[in-house]
Design a protein around this ligand. Sequence first.
Ligand code: ATP
Length: 246
Amino acid sequence: MLEARAVTVRERLEAVDAVLRPGEVVAICGPNGAGKSTLLSCLAGLLAPDAGEVLLGGTSLSALRAYERAQAIGYLPQSPEVAWDVSVETLVSLGRIPWRGVPRAEAQGAIENAIAAMELHELRHRPVSRLSGGEKARALMARVLATRPRWLLADEPLANLDLAHAATLVAMLRRQAGEGRGVVLVLHDLAAAMNHADRVIVLDRGRLAADGTPAQALAEPVIERVWHAKARWLGEPGQQALSLPG
Ligand SMILES: Nc1ncnc2c1ncn2[C@@H]1O[C@H](COP(=O)(O)OP(=O)(O)OP(=O)(O)O)[C@@H](O)[C@H]1O
């Protein structure tokens, strides 16, 4: 389990509690500035809370060594920077850094699976500087997958993807959850959260506003209270769209 216990970051998060379970796809939603990225960074162990703590399997993240944390938790930031202009294949292989000492064949298998999962075969030798925004996003997700972490934390992973690649990514994340990994996604697209998450956490001005099934946490009255929008859900469960008044 990955647990946020009364996590507080000054002026950004106020005593947020959340217990995340393996096998679940959890969406973190909320308006701009609500604290979503801040919470995800705390869960990844990249930002230390001012108060409260994050526990992984009962152990405080701050007590783990950096490589142990990196083996367990894969993190895709909202606007990732790539420091060196390496090829896609090299970038993906950087996901194996936390696992130094693991047999080469196992590492290569993880890299090949990640390249296949993100449909990057044709781009594997291309320098990162010559990728489109969506291609780069897929390459960076493949780097996270190559680590084979128990937890996949991604900030707006669908933002740059076209329809088909977004569907591929959603299916892949569901498979990861089906294999027992925990998947935590910051999503602005409330329909994606409604249709694809098992559970939704809503933040509002640094506080927990709702936590439950998508139907509970993204109910129309919650959307009105948190987003100040009179929206209506249309369509069948699993294929819902959000209609906003013009
Ligand atoms: N490094 C920082 N130092 C101080 N305050 C910050 C920092 N980064 C973000 N903030 C502030 O903390 C609050 C929460 O930011 P955060 O990025 O977590 O929001 P978010 O919900 O992810 O927003 P968005 O949807 O716009 O990406 C915002 O008011 C933001 O201005």
